[in-house]
Design a protein around this ligand. Structure first.
Ligand SMILES: COc1cc(-c2[o+]c3cc(O)cc([O-])c3cc2O[C@@H]2O[C@H](CO)[C@H](O)[C@H](O)[C@H]2O)cc(OC)c1O
Ligand SMILES: O=c1ccn([C@@H]2O[C@H](COP(=O)(O)OP(=O)(O)O)[C@@H](O)[C@H]2O)c(=O)[nH]1
Length: 487
């Protein structure tokens, strides 16, 4: 008898970054799903689109959904009815709480969509574990899609216990925390949301950490060989002793890696004229920006290092928005800096074509805020890093990149007293340690990054790759559950 297609529903968080990552994962499910026993495809993928709470974010999401719809890739979209956002509103200090509560409010609509669309499985963003009960009531197997590292996942699984073990607020703690699979983590490398235990943001992360254990599986945007000890620790139950962890599916790197026509941006053309592996790229994600005090330190550090650089510099967001504005170079840079560094440096004051830049042969290093997507993009191209974490879980990523993976050289960032401030002399030192030919530390980081490039590429290779195999296992689990449901 012909088997129907298994419809996999994806529930991204209501913002474009996580939506893009989950859609990318959905495209892989479609590509791997192939044809079923009957006439149609083995799986179909439908994204449940949550209307973002701000018009800025809604416009981004609409544009992205429009692009994917127009691409004819076969990903379907189902817009969930509008929900009144939590009354507290979304401000800089309560982002995690707001996102989590807003996603929890979608639960009745998710249940209705699952019934209407005939869901074989639901895959939810990690901010959306609040819909797990509704999905269970609807009888739909539910997977969590984790957009960050196995290190953050292990830490989040440990959070309920850690909250008890550490007697004071983490912002007052100066010891180390045990995360199975990582060297002891200094308090200063813990994610920003862990400051005060009484804060709603922290409580929501504890909640999500607990709920991950109730999922039918955790799909994670990492590569088995990048974080082997952490994935083993989670799978062996060392993060939550006494309970069996849900199956893990490391399917990364989940990046939009399709060949795109060259953007022909002036900064990329400038790179064409630079020697191989000679240019340091600096870029700080979709939310990183600098004021004049920080920008001047960066400028002085780069100037003194003597190395070539391409610096994507952004200015503060306009009131009521989160995204940086294009930099006003006259206001942010020291006088004469552009003239003095002419020929060996370029400052790019707007959104940069980061993936194209990292793919360029002239790039030899990347000063990054350590967003996990940026990190994976860098490793995909074998570019070693200098970590300058700014927000979210990035301090933990920075620690792992230096201490565990060895693909980055350390940078002293004053996260406690001066809001991620870096002195010019410290930046100069770190740049030299990565980029100087004679630097032993730099040589090791370059070698490790080249190793990780091979690891990432092998992982997604058809047949033997670990991420390829994880996707096959995931599809097997979804199809297996589905055929039981439809019998
Ligand atoms: C991982 O911990 C946090 C992640 C985020 C967060 O949330 C988010 C939600 C969206 O709808 C769109 C996004 O673009 C987005 C981005 C984001 O942070 C970045 O996530 C990346 C992968 O998940 C990456 O790891 C970067 O380091 C993050 O900068 C927000 C947050 O607190 C506000 C977190 O603690
Ligand atoms: O000027 C920029 C800044 C960011 N990015 C892209 O935006 C994403 C940033 O994601 P990440 O997880 O690193 O950090 P976030 O912005 O979510 O904090 C990555 O794909 C980058 O390539 C880009 O293309 N140009």
């Amino acid at each position: 008898m012909a088997m129907a297609s298994a419809n996999v529903l994806l529930l991204p968080e209501a913002g474009s970054g996580h939506l893009m990552s989950l859609i990318e994962a959905g495209k892989r499910l479609l590509a791997h799903g192939g044809r079923g026993d009957g006439e149609g495809p083995a799986v179909t993928v439908t994204v449940l689109v949550v209307r973002p709470a701000t018009s800025e974010s809604a416009a981004e999401v609409d544009a992205h959904v429009g692009r994917v719809e127009a691409s004819g890739l076969g990903v379907r979209f189902h817009r969930l009815p509008a929900v009144e956002p939590p009354p507290m509103g979304c401000a800089a200090g309560n982002v995690q709480e707001f996102k989590s509560r807003y996603m929890q409010l979608q639960a009745p609509h998710v249940r209705a969509a699952a019934a209407e669309l005939g869901a074989a499985a639901l895959v939810v963003d990690f901010f959306a574990t609040g819909v797990l009960d509704a999905a269970r009531e609807a009888g739909v197997p539910t997977y969590v899609y984790f957009t960050s590292t196995a290190a953050l996942l292990a830490l989040m699984l440990r959070l309920p216990a850690l909250e008890e073990e550490v007697p004071v607020d983490f912002e007052e703690f100066d010891g180390t925390v045990d995360v199975p699979g990582l060297p002891p983590v200094p308090a200063g490398s813990l994610p920003a949301f862990m400051g005060r235990k009484e804060s709603p943001n922290f409580k929501w992360f504890v909640y999500h950490g607990r709920r991950f254990m109730d999922a039918d599986g955790i799909i994670i945007n990492t590569v088995a060989e990048l974080e082997p000890a952490l994935l083993a620790a989670i799978a062996d139950g060392r993060c939550v002793p006494g309970r069996t962890a849900p199956p893990l599916y490391p399917i990364g790197p989940v990046l939009d890696l399709e060949d795109k026509p060259s953007s022909n941006a002036r900064c990329v053309r400038w790179l064409d004229a630079q020697p191989p592996a000679s240019v340091l790229f600096l870029c700080f994600g979709s939310m990183g920006w600098f004021d004049a005090a920080k920008a001047r330190e960066v400028a002085a550090g780069l100037e003194r290092s003597g190395h070539r650089f391409l610096w994507a510099l952004r200015g503060p967001p306009a009131a009521g928005t989160v995204h940086p504005t294009d930099a006003s170079l006259d206001e942010l840079l020291p006088e004469g800096f552009l003239e003095r560094t002419k020929g060996r440096g370029m400052v790019w004051p707007t959104w940069a074509p980061q993936k194209e830049i990292l793919a360029h042969a002239a790039i030899g290093g990347f000063v990054t805020h350590c967003g996990w997507n940026s990190t994976l993009e860098s490793l995909w191209h074998g570019v070693p890093l200098v970590p300058w974490p700014l927000y979210a879980e990035q301090r933990l990523n920075a620690f792992e990149l230096v201490r565990d993976m060895g693909v980055a050289v350390p940078l002293g960032v004053d996260g406690k007293r001066r809001d991620s401030f870096v002195e010019a002399a410290e930046l100069e030192r770190a740049v030299r340690s990565l980029m100087d030919d004679a630097s032993e530390v730099g040589r090791k980081a370059r070698e490790k990054a080249a190793e990780m490039k091979a690891v990432c590429r092998n992982a997604v290779a058809p047949g033997g790759g670990s991420s390829y195999a994880a996707l096959q296992r995931l599809l097997g689990a979804i199809r297996g559950g589905f055929s039981t449901m439809t019998q």
